[in-house]
Design a protein around this ligand. Structure first.
Ligand code: IMP
Ligand code: MG
Length: 176
C-alpha cells in the first residue's frame, strides 16, 4: 500500500499527539454531564479508538453508519444505514474522520437535534479546506488539510487503505 502514497501528511506520532490535545479539550468542556460520543462508521474507527482512549472523564460511546461517498467524490446524498443511537436529552459529540462538503455532519446534527439531543458538537480528525457546501464547522478538529484525496487511519479509497497507520495523499494514478 505504501507505494500508492504520494506524500505522508500526518505520521502516527503526529496523529497521536494531536488527538491527545483534542481529548484534553473535551475533558475540560464536559465536566457537568456525561457526553455521548457518536462515531460515523466506518472511517471513524481508528480516530475514535485513539480519541476515547485519551478522554479521562466519564463518557458513553455509540456509532452510526451512513453512506455518502463513492470513489473520490461526494454523491451529495446522505443516508443512514440501520440503527440510530438514542440521543434524547444527551450532550452528543459527533465524530468523523474528515469534514469535506459538510453534508454528512450537517444532516446528522439536524437529525440528532430533531430527536431531542440537548447539544451536538462536532469532532473531526481532518478539516478539508475550500470544499464546504453546507454551513457547518467543527468544534474540535485535528488538522486543516488541503483539497487533496487522502487515505489512511480510517480514510479509504473504495474501502481500501483504512488500515494504514498514517494519513497520506493517494497517488492520482490510482483513481484516474
Ligand atoms: P462530507 O459529507 O462531504 O463532509 O463527507 C464526509 C465523508 O466523505 C467522510 O466521512 C469521508 O468518508 C469522505 N471523504 C471526504 N474526503 C475524503 C478524502 O480525502 N479521503 C477519503 N474519504 C473522504
Ligand atoms: Mg468515509
Amino acid at each position: 500500500m505504501n507505494k500508492d502514497i504520494e506524500e505522508v501528511l500526518y505520521s502516527e506520532e503526529m496523529l497521536s499527539n494531536r488527538i491527545a490535545a483534542m481529548a484534553s479539550d473535551i475533558d475540560k468542556d464536559y465536566n457537568k454531564s456525561i457526553p455521548l460520543v457518536i462515531g460515523i462508521l466506518n472511517g471513524v474507527a481508528p480516530f475514535m479508538v485513539s480519541l476515547i482512549n485519551k478522554i479521562t472523564i466519564p463518557m458513553n460511546m455509540d456509532f452510526i453508519k451512513v453512506k455518502s461517498y463513492s470513489g473520490v467524490s461526494s454523491t451529495g446524498t446522505v443516508s443512514i444505514i440501520g440503527y440510530v443511537p438514542d440521543v434524547k436529552d444527551r450532550d452528543v459529540i459527533l465524530c468523523d474522520d474528515i469534514l469535506d462538503t459538510g453534508r454528512t455532519i450537517f444532516e446528522l446534527k439536524e437529525k440528532f437535534l430533531s430527536l431531542g439531543a440537548k447539544s451536538v458538537k462536532i469532532a473531526v480528525l481532518l478539516n478539508k479546506i475550500g470544499t464546504r457546501v453546507m454551513d457547518i464547522e467543527a468544534d474540535y478538529k485535528g488538522f486543516d488539510v488541503p483539497n487533496k484525496f487522502v487515505v489512511g487511519f480510517g480514510l479509504d479509497y473504495n474501502e481500501l487503505y483504512r488500515n494504514l497507520p498514517y494519513i497520506g495523499v493517494l497517488k492520482e494514478e490510482i483513481y484516474k
